[in-house]
Design a protein around this ligand. Structure first.
Ligand code: NAD
Length: 248
């Protein structure tokens, strides 16, 4: 590990535009389970695809019940060493913006300006109408759910209200995809952190960065789909690996 962290330190020192690309693994230290590890969310619940959410009121109720059940976990989560190390590099001017598959808001909480967090899969800390896009706070949804016993519709257009996340089968957010593409093309160091790199199109970004001349580092405690093309693979805990970069 020591030599991995040393090599990473050298690469960070030499880089002028670092783009981190984070997955659920950076937030397990904060108490939010990832999807695919043993005990991960998918071993417990089958994801509800977007079409099913739209078509089926029972699926909407179930989706919101699951979200409410997770609320104590999300509400208690604080940035871990990985988030804080990246925030330090951002404040030092090394990171123009971060691309994340996470929906937990922890990069913003660690000190990134909201404008500089490119969220590929949205954000679960608030809700949106799937028709007109109006934003809602979660306590509003909760209150309506508890009063009526059902998932609420939009007060304006009466379409369903959903967490502001991207479900399977839902269109990717165009602006986030465009910005992530530009960042991957323009950086000189791309850090893929805590992602199994299996969900497309998100998993295409490390490859894109590499093909555009960036160095690629993968930090993950198990093998990923793209280890073969990386310049450096650190197969270790993220908090321990990035801890030395907190506050630098
Ligand atoms: P994933 O679950 O597929 O992969 C996470 C990877 O991180 C795994 O390979 C795991 O071994 C590794 N990992 C976990 N803890 C680690 C640690 N402490 N140190 C090093 N490695 C660690 O997650 P993904 O690739 O992000 O894709 C799943 C999708 O699920 C994402 O698109 C995201 O939208 C969603 N998701 C988000 C959150 C969140 O916001 N925190 C949590 C669960 C799922």
């Amino acid at each position: 590990l020591r030599s991995g962290v040393e090599q990473l330190g050298e690469m960070i020192a030499e880089a002028s535009a670092i783009v981190p690309f984070t997955g659920a693994g950076i937030s397990t230290e904060s108490g939010i389970p990832d999807f695919r590890s043993p005990g991960g969310l998918w071993t417990r619940n089958r994801p509800i695809p977007f079409d099913e959410f739209v078509a089926n009121p029972d699926a909407r109720d179930e989706s919101w019940r699951r979200r409410f059940a997770m609320e104590p976990t999300f509400a208690a989560a604080r940035p871990g060493r990985g988030h804080r190390a990246l925030a330090s590099l951002y404040k030092a001017g090394k990171i123009p913006a971060i691309v994340t598959q996470n929906i937990d808001n922890l990069h913003q909480m660690s000190g990134f300006a909201a404008d500089h967090v490119v969220e590929l899969h949205g954000n679960t800390t608030y809700a949106r109408c799937i028709g007109c896009g109006r934003a809602y706070e979660l306590p509003w949804v909760r209150q309506r759910f508890d009063t009526t016993g059902a998932a609420p519709d939009c007060a304006d257009c009466e379409e369903p209200v959903k967490t502001a996340t991207i479900s399977f089968g839902q269109a990717m957010p165009e602006d986030a995809m465009r910005r992530a593409t530009e960042l991957a093309q323009q950086c000189d160091l791309f850090l893929a952190i805590g992602s199994s790199l299996v969900v497309w199109p998100a998993a295409g970004f490390p490859l894109l960065a590499k093909n555009n001349g960036a160095r690629l580092v993968i930090i993950n405690n198990e093998p990923t789909e793209q280890d073969d093309i990386a310049d450096l693979v650190i197969r270790h805990d993220i908090g321990e690996t990035l801890g030395p970069f907190v506050g630098n």
